[in-house]
Design a binder for this molecule. Structure first.
Ligand code: ATP
Ligand code: SF4
Ligand code: MG
Length: 316
């Protein structure tokens, strides 16, 4: 396995007037090139913060520690300009609502020309358009859409165009933060199928952040379950879904099956506040299997079972 991304002891704290919010704490995670890593967990557990930290797209009140190695380079040691060059070229991100990234006053063709020129100022407009047509064909969008404005396109079409804009420079890693949450279920599956096929064509890895465990089960090679800013469990998708080991993962999967819904909010209780320091297991107040040790001793990650799954729980 060649790693395209290696996070080590990655932590992000937001400084607020009430104190530090520990949105990501001591995360180790490796993404193999050409694979899909699903990142799941309840709202507020730090998924978007983790995705943005990789691209160094965090607000000014965020403090970041640890290491982010991308294609062998430590991103935290690069200058802001070097990171900007990598972003867009080698590393790309798509978000839930493409409308927030597309300029409503600009035709689709001008989005492509502008994006290409930002990295390649000398390019001629006709060559830029040829490149735009090529990536549009790859995301199965007819080239007549180049003449349209964003509002003339459907949500699914806009998301395809965002993906095409990301593909222009053949990135090694695409971070997709809830890319299909605004779409209906059929479009959702189509976009994921598309991502999976272009991933192979472009030899690109994807970090797929989502609430939708069904999508992860179908499309991800590995799954990382986040809880309270930390990785609770991480491993290959099939064994993890077949036999979830962390009580939080067990609760997430059970709630999907019980309610026949893709929303995750049925584990009883609420995630803890990420403000200030905590001791013990963050899942302790909600855990059906808690023991006295869990209240005071933090459970370090261990490699459990034949599939050497990462699990942060005193049961193992
Ligand atoms: P969702 O599923 O709702 O998108 P998430 O898992 O992506 O949630 P984050 O958005 O990463 O979670 O937020 C993690 C924690 O950091 C939350 O407690 C959130 O309130 C806090 N947070 C996010 N942005 C900031 C900020 N700019 N300043 C202070 N706290 C923040
Ligand atoms: Fe439950 Fe204890 Fe495991 Fe935490 S460490 S998930 S409280 S059993
Ligand atoms: Mg988020």
């Amino acid at each position: 396995m060649t790693a395209v991304l290696e996070l080590e002891h990655l932590s992000v704290t937001y400084e607020t007037t009430q104190g530090g919010v520990h949105a990501v704490q001591d995360v180790d995670l490796t993404i193999a090139s050409g694979s899909i890593m699903g990142l799941v967990g309840e709202s507020g557990c730090g998924k978007s913060t983790l995705g943005r930290a990789i691209l160094r797209l965090l607000p000014d009140n965020a403090d970041m520690q640890g290491s982010v190695r991308f294609a062998g380079r430590d991103l935290l040691s690069l200058s802001a300009k070097q990171v900007r060059d990598l972003r867009g070229r080698n590393l790309a991100m798509i978000f839930q609502d493409p409308m927030t990234r597309l300029n409503p006053l600009m035709r689709i063709r001008d989005h492509f020309i502008e994006t290409i020129r930002a990295h390649d100022p000398e390019v001629r407009p006709e060559d830029a358009l040829e490149r735009a047509k090529k990536v549009l064909a790859d995301v199965r969008v007819p080239s007549d859409r180049l003449g349209m404005y964003p509002h003339e396109l459907s949500g699914g079409m806009r998301q395809r165009i965002m993906i095409a804009l990301c593909l222009l420079f053949n990135p090694a890693l695409l971070i997709a933060d809830e890319p299909t949450t605004a779409l209906d279920v059929i479009l959702e599956a189509q976009i994921l199928q598309l991502l999976q096929s272009i991933m192979h064509e472009y030899d690109m890895a994807v970090l797929l952040i989502t609430h939708n465990l069904g999508l992860v089960a179908e499309f991800a090679d590995r799954v990382a379950v986040m809880y309270a800013g930390r990785i609770a469990e991480e491993g290959a998708t099939v064994p993890l879904f077949r036999e979830p080991r962390h009580p939080y993962t067990q609760g997430l999967l059970r709630s999907v099956i019980d309610l026949e819904t893709t929303k995750l909010y049925s584990v009883p209780g609420e995630p803890p506040s990420l403000l200030g320091d905590s001791i013990g297991c963050p899942f302790f107040p909600r855990c059906e299997k808690r023991m006295s040790v869990c209240e005071t001793v933090f459970p370090e990650i261990r490699l459990v079972g034949e599939d050497r799954r990462k699990v942060a729980c005193h049961l193992y």
